[in-house]
Design a protein around this ligand. Structure first.
Ligand SMILES: *Cc1c(COP(=O)(O)O)cnc(C)c1O
Length: 409
C-alpha cells in the first residue's frame, strides 16, 4: 500500500501520499480544497418549492425550519438564521455591548471576518497568541496579557496603554477543532468579559459533549459554500440566552415592531435575515450532516494513517475531550528548525499548484494585514511559527469515495 519512503522525504513524496486520498487531478480537473455537493439530496425539490410558491426572500417556512434543525443538531435553545457568518458575528458582538472604540480580544490566526465584524462596529481587534495544540487562543497568554495591560475602572475593564475599554473575547474554533474554550471562559469570568465564539467552522463539533458556540454568551456558525454544509451563503447565531436571541431577531429584521399592516421600526436595525431560498438549501444539507461528518472522519483518519510514520510532518488532531467535525485537514511540518519546516511547506504548496491539487497555507495572520497592523497585541510567536508550518489538505466529504476498500477505523 504505502510507497517505500526514502530517508529524506521530499515535497513530491508528500504529494503522492495526499494523492491516495484525492485521486488524480490535471490542469482541467483541479482537486478543490473543499467543495459543496448537492447530488442525491432534497436540495432540488426544496429550492423548487420556494420558486413555485414565490417565497424566495426574507419570510417563508424554510427559515424557521432551518433554525429548528440547527437547534436540534447543536442543542442550542435559540438559533437565528442570518445572511452570513460575518454578519452573525457583528450582531452577536453588538448585543453583548461591543461599542465604537472598544477593544475585542481575538486570535490573530483566523479568517479575516473575525476582525472585520469587530471593525464594522467601530471596535478594535486586540490580538492574543494561540497555543499550538488546538491552534485556538491560549488561555494562559490571554490571562497574562490582561494582567499586564488591563485595569478595572468603575466596574469596567480598560486597557491602561490605550485608554480604551475592553469588552469582549472572541475565541475561534479553527478547522472545526474545539479551542480550550472552558479555560478561556474562566479567564473571561475573572475579567468580567463577554464571550462570543466564532464557531463558523465548527458545526457538528463538541467539547465535553457541548456544541461549540454554547460555552460563551453567544456563538456563530457559517454556511458559506466552503463550510461543512452550505446555504449558498448564510450564518446562524446560537445561544441559550433568550434575551440575546430576542434582541438579535429584532435588530436583524430592520427592528420592525409586529403589526398586521403598519410599518413601525423602533430603532436602527439591519437587514440581515436569511432568505427563504437559502434556508431551503440549508435544510436539505443539514439532513445529510451526519453522513458528511462520518465521511470526514474517514478522510481525516486516512490522512492520519498516511502520515503516521513520517517524521517530518503530522496531521493535526483534536484534543481527547473533543469531537471535531474535521472541517479542514491540517498538516504540520515538525522539523525543530522552523525555517526547514517553512521551506518544506512552501515546496509542497508549489508542487501541488503545478499538479492541480488545491492545498492552502494558513491565513496570513491578521496583525500582518494592512488594516490591522497597528492593533494592540500580545506577543504572537506561536501564531507566526504555526502559520509558517501548517498547510491544509483537500478535505471535501465526497473524497471518501477514493478511499476504496481500505479498512482504516
Ligand atoms: C467562514 C468564516 C467566517 C465568516 O463566515 P461567512 O459566512 O463567510 O461570512 C468567520 N470566521 C471564520 C473563522 C470562518 O472560517
Amino acid at each position: 500500500m504505502k510507497p517505500n519512503l526514502p530517508m529524506q522525504i521530499t515535497a513530491l513524496d508528500i504529494l503522492s501520499l495526499i494523492r491516495e486520498v484525492t485521486g488524480p487531478s490535471s490542469n482541467t480537473n483541479v482537486i478543490p480544497l473543499h467543495e459543496p455537493c448537492f447530488q442525491g439530496t432534497n436540495a432540488f425539490s426544496y429550492v423548487q418549492d420556494c420558486l413555485e410558491s414565490g417565497w424566495v426572500s426574507t419570510s417563508g417556512k424554510w427559515v424557521s425550519e432551518f433554525e429548528g434543525l440547527v437547534a436540534n443538531v447543536t442543542h442550542a435553545e435559540h438559533a437565528i438564521a442570518v445572511t452570513n457568518g460575518t454578519n452573525a458575528l457583528r450582531l452577536a458582538l453588538y448585543v453583548v455591548g461591543v461599542q465604537p472604540d472598544h477593544e475585542v480580544l481575538m486570535p490573530s490566526l483566523s479568517f479575516v471576518a473575525t476582525a472585520n465584524a469587530t471593525s464594522h462596529l467601530g471596535a478594535i481587534p486586540h490580538f492574543i497568541d494561540i497555543e499550538p495544540n488546538t491552534l485556538g487562543m491560549d488561555p494562559l497568554i490571554l490571562d497574562a496579557r490582561l494582567t499586564e495591560i488591563a485595569e478595572f475602572r468603575g466596574g469596567f475593564l480598560f486597557n491602561k496603554e490605550t485608554g480604551r475599554r475592553i469588552s469582549c473575547i472572541v475565541p475561534v474554533h479553527i478547522f472545526g477543532n474545539p479551542a480550550e474554550i472552558i479555560s478561556i471562559c474562566k479567564v473571561a469570568a475573572k475579567w468580567n468579559l463577554k464571550v462570543v465564539e466564532d464557531s463558523a467552522e465548527a458545526l457538528g463539533s463538541f467539547k465535553n459533549g457541548i456544541h461549540c458556540g454554547l460555552f460563551g454568551d453567544l456563538g456563530i456558525l457559517s454556511f458559506n459554500g466552503n463550510k461543512i454544509i452550505t446555504t449558498g451563503g448564510g450564518g446562524v447565531v446560537i445561544t441559550d440566552n433568550a434575551d440575546y436571541a430576542k434582541r438579535i431577531r429584532h435588530i436583524s429584521c430592520t427592528a420592525k415592531v409586529y403589526h398586521p399592516w403598519q410599518f413601525i421600526h423602533d430603532e436602527i436595525g439591519w437587514n440581515d435575515r436569511m432568505p427563504n431560498i437559502n434556508a431551503a438549501l440549508g435544510c436539505s444539507q443539514i439532513e445529510i450532516l451526519d453522513t458528511k461528518l462520518h465521511q470526514k472522519r474517514l478522510i481525516h483518519a486516512f490522512y492520519k494513517k498516511q502520515f503516521a510514520n513520517i517524521e517530518q510532518c503530522e496531521i493535526i488532531q483534536p484534543t481527547s475531550d473533543s469531537f471535531s467535525n474535521n472541517w479542514l485537514v491540517a498538516l504540520r511540518m515538525c522539523s525543530a528548525n522552523v525555517n526547514v519546516a517553512h521551506k518544506l511547506s512552501n515546496d509542497i504548496l508549489a508542487a501541488a499548484y503545478d499538479q492541480g491539487l488545491q492545498l492552502r497555507p494558513l491565513w496570513t495572520p491578521l496583525h500582518l494585514l494592512a488594516m490591522y497592523q497597528n492593533c494592540p497585541r500580545s506577543s504572537l510567536c506561536n501564531t507566526i511559527e504555526q502559520a509558517s508550518r501548517i498547510i491544509n489538505l483537500p478535505s471535501s466529504p465526497q473524497l471518501y469515495k477514493n478511499l476504496g476498500h481500505t479498512h482504516i477505523l
